[in-house]
Design a protein around this ligand. Structure first.
Ligand code: DQA
Length: 157
């Protein structure tokens, strides 16, 4: 089982940028926590960060045949990117959208996510813990899919 974690623009600056909103934790520390959860649950995990929309689209496309689930924080592209939404929709891989801050508590332009409607779910406002919740949620989604597939295989025997 493999999960790909995709981080959008400026998330490489966590720990430096607007600590009052995003907290002191660096991206690599968040990833270390996710990796330890993945190891404990025997899940393969890959991390990718880009400040470029097209690179994020490429990475989502590369998940076909490679990833069972995607956890994505599209950052500012959440609110603007039809290209990322179309990519998530195209690959047909269960995807969870994550935000550190509560986007619904912030400026009005952050209240709308173009990506969430094509995701299995959205976790927002829990700080770095949002990513842990996404790992737990994705593990649950993937084990349900596995169970359904096993039942289908059993029924077709
Ligand atoms: C963010 C929220 C976005 O509105 C913002 O542009 C970000 C980070 C979050 O994780 O809270 O860069 O995605």
């Amino acid at each position: 089982m493999k999960i790909v974690v995709i981080q959008g623009p400026n998330l490489n600056m966590l720990g430096v940028r607007e600590q009052n909103i995003y907290g002191p934790m660096k991206l690599e520390d968040i990833h270390a926590q996710m990796k330890s959860f993945a190891d404990q649950n025997k899940i393969e995990i890959e991390f990718f960060q880009s400040n470029l929309e097209g690179e994020i689209v490429d990475k989502i496309q590369e998940c076909i045949g490679d990833a069972d689930g995607i956890i994505i924080n599209p950052a500012a592209y959440t609110h603007t990117s039809i290209a990322i939404r179309d990519a998530v929709s195209a690959v047909q891989i269960p995807t969870l959208e994550v935000h550190l801050s509560n986007i619904y508590q912030r400026e009005e332009f952050r209240h709308k996510s173009l990506i969430a409607p094509v995701c299995a779910g959205q976790i927002t406002g829990m700080g770095p813990f949002s990513y842990h919740l996404a790992m737990v949620g994705m593990t649950q989604i993937l084990s349900e899919i596995k169970m359904i597939k096993a039942k289908q295989a059993q029924a077709s025997k």
